[in-house]
Design a protein around this ligand. Structure first.
Ligand code: SF4
Length: 169
């Protein structure tokens, strides 16, 4: 069975944005990017570049997913600057595990590093997560095909979102 219906590829960022905001996902997948103006994202890049440098290998797979690194026990590691979008980060790493498992790699564990806070969080892949991820992949593909963005719904997340002006000004 193909990993993606009609060979439409889904990136880790798309899965992350799906869990943050469907409208944000639509903007991103329609080439509307304002991230370069976001100081927060720039800070994220800086932290990303200096932290855990010795272990990081940044694997790009199928030109679709970019993984920070995989250790000897096949745990997938992701480095994040902030815990602000913790759920989305969790699903992003679960998606990487799902993706690798579909390629025959027996990954089960994910580890998210928050170097700024000197914390790590582990997550174990299971059938329930697999179901959530499968549904998310299908939904991402549906949202990508929409001709208009989903309606803006104001939430706490909007404050730090680079699309805020597009939604509410
Ligand atoms: S500002 Fe809010 S509604 Fe608009 S894209 Fe960002 S998170 Fe979504």
């Amino acid at each position: 069975m193909p990993l993606f219906e009609n060979e439409v590829k889904v990136s880790g960022v798309e899965i992350n944005y799906f869990f943050v905001c469907k409208r944000k996902l639509w903007f991103y997948t329609h080439g509307i990017s304002m991230e370069q103006n976001s100081i927060r994202v720039e800070m994220g890049k800086e932290v990303h570049d200096v932290s855990l440098e010795s272990k990081r290998s940044e694997m790009m797979i199928d030109e679709t997913i970019r993984i920070d690194y995989i250790d000897k026990e096949l745990a997938v590691h992701e480095i994040k600057m902030s815990r602000a979008m913790e759920d989305a980060s969790r699903y992003q790493i679960l998606y990487y595990i799902y993706y690798l498992r579909n390629k025959g790699i027996d990954c089960k564990k994910g580890v998210i590093h928050f170097p700024e806070m000197r914390k790590t969080e582990s997550i174990e892949y299971n059938e329930e997560y697999e179901k959530i991820i499968k549904e998310a992949v299908e939904s991402v593909n549906i949202i990508k095909k929409l001709s208009n963005p989903p309606t803006a719904e104001k939430s706490k997340k909007c404050k730090s979102c680079s699309y805020f002006e597009l939604c509410f000004c």
